[in-house]
Design a protein around this ligand. Structure first.
Ligand SMILES: C[S@@+](CC[C@H](N)C(=O)[O-])C[C@H]1O[C@@H](n2cnc3c(N)ncnc32)[C@H](O)[C@@H]1O
Length: 228
């Protein structure tokens, strides 16, 4: 799927240090075979009808994406990440583990979601999105009402959304914005449901840094409500 030249500005790094030769080869040769096609009919172009489709937005170093793909071989995992070095790490993970159930799309999830059909995703992960702590930068946060509405459109009723963050203000922001949208139900019943990593969670690099720095991480699991 090609990036569009207009639309929301992508903040942060899209490229870092030079790729290692193996990573560059995988970007040149493997990545084109794993991308999402333009104007796709995801169910015929990507996976058979009954394969669950999970999406991770902003997978960073791909630790969680690869771990989920390995432990859920019957699921197709789509990863979206603008940062080339992150995409290259994901490609190494796919290659090393011989994974056939991963799709990778480099780019801005806000634009890529626009190309997905309605009610196609069974699960979405947004783990440690950039927090943009300064008030004047809050508008750059991924979690905004128009983005939540677009997520709700592409998720099936009953699909699960997991949001994790180590930044208290973003935790509260995400919870209030997602509930205000009216599209999602928060599944927590007791404090441990959001204070403790869920049993099917795999830690990310960013999460490791947060924990080493003593920042408590919060895991918010939501379910997409039935359409009204
Ligand atoms: C703080 S990092 C966390 C990475 C990873 N999830 C982790 O926990 O280690 C945030 C990630 O979101 C990605 N990102 C930022 N804006 C994005 C967007 N519009 N669409 C998709 N990914 C985005 C960044 O490139 C970065 O890799």
């Amino acid at each position: 799927m090609s990036a569009k030249s207009h639309g929301p500005r992508l903040y942060g790094r899209a490229k870092g240090h030079a790729l290692k030769p193996r990573q560059a080869k995988l970007v040149a040769e493997l990545l084109p075979t794993l991308g999402l096609p333009d104007q796709m009919d995801i169910r015929t172009d990507i996976v058979p009808d009954d394969t669950p489709l999970w999406l991770e937005i902003g997978f960073g170093g791909a630790e969680h994406l690869i771990a989920q793909a390995k432990s859920n071989p019957d699921v197709c995992l789509i990863g979206i990440e603008p940062y080339l070095n992150g995409v290259a790490k994901a490609l190494v993970g796919v290659d090393e583990n011989g994974l056939k159930n991963v799709r990778l799309q480099r780019g801005d999830a806000r634009l890529i979601l626009l190309g997905l059909p309605d009610a196609v995703l069974d699960r979405v992960f947004i783990l440690y999105p950039d927090p943009w702590p300064k008030t004047r930068h809050h508008k750059r946060r991924l979690i905004q009402q128009d983005f939540i509405a677009e997520l709700a459109r592409v998720m099936k009723p009953g699909a699960q959304l997991r949001f994790a963050s180590d930044i208290a203000h973003y935790q509260a922001w995400a919870l209030s914005h997602i509930l205000e949208s009216g599209h999602f139900k928060w599944m927590a019943r007791r404090a441990d449901d959001w204070r403790t990593a869920p049993a099917d969670h795999f830690p990310t690099r960013y999460e490791g840094k947060a924990k080493r720095a003593g920042r408590p991480c919060v895991y918010l699991d939501f379910v997409r409500k039935q359409r009204g």
